[in-house]
Design a protein around this ligand. Structure first.
Ligand SMILES: NC(=O)C1=CN([C@@H]2O[C@H](COP(=O)(O)OP(=O)(O)OC[C@H]3O[C@@H](n4cnc5c(N)ncnc54)[C@H](O)[C@@H]3O)[C@@H](O)[C@H]2O)C=CC1
Length: 173
């Protein structure tokens, strides 16, 4: 039988596990992808944009709202990639998507309440970061190299997918 549950022994109320949907979106302008970091990330690490779905929102609406709120960009096309259960902060279902911005509309307006930095990265820069061994290690000059989330995170898989194969954008947002 599918489904986990707990039954309260005193009043027999059934409790099912709660799960929060989160969209994680890799935004591209066709040749570059947009990556961002929060202040608590390991130094040098950038990731795709993530955000919790609000009550009443479709996934498409969450993508559009989160991208607009965090970097001030309007996304045009959306392509579902994959999903991952993620235990933080209290059990999330990560839904990973690729999206594109409207042609020529690439100016980032960073929301500093949500992000520390965001930037467009070229395909070759991202490909090098994906291959980097010991990515979170400080370099001899004191700097931390540009690096990506670890392989087990769906963010890594989403970025790898963008590097490895052209994405067909089919769904208007
Ligand atoms: N597996 C992966 O590859 C990745 C996973 N994540 C996860 O995605 C989640 C969302 O990322 P953020 O950029 O922080 O999202 P976010 O920009 O929506 O900000 C998080 C804030 O959302 C609010 N919130 C709304 N609904 C919530 C709920 N059900 N549970 C907890 N907080 C809720 C809280 O105020 C929280 O501080 C994080 O838990 C993070 O661990 C993020 C990036 C990559």
């Amino acid at each position: 039988m599918a489904g986990s549950k707990r039954v309260c022994s005193s009043n027999q109320i059934i409790y099912y596990p709660q799960m929060a949907p989160v969209v994680i979106t890799l935004v591209s302008d066709g040749t570059r992808c947009l990556l961002a970091r929060q202040s608590f990330f390991p130094k040098g690490m950038y990731s795709a944009l993530a955000g919790f779905c609000d009550i009443g929102e479709s996934l498409e609406e969450t993508v559009r709202r989160e991208v607009a709120e965090e970097v001030g960009l309007e996304v045009e096309r959306l392509h579902y990639s994959a999903s991952q259960h993620w235990p933080f902060p209290n059990s999330s279902l990560m839904i990973a998507c690729h999206a594109t911005v409207k042609p020529g509309q690439t100016e980032i307006r960073l929301n500093l309440r949500e992000l520390e930095a965001a930037a467009w990265f070229r395909h070759d820069e991202v490909a090098i970061a994906l291959r980097r061994n010991n990515p979170y290690t400080q370099q001899q000059n004191g700097a931390f190299p540009f690096c990506l989330p670890p392989k087990f995170a769906i963010a890594h898989q989403l970025i790898k997918e963008w590097v490895e194969k052209p994405i067909r954008f089919t769904l208007p947002v």
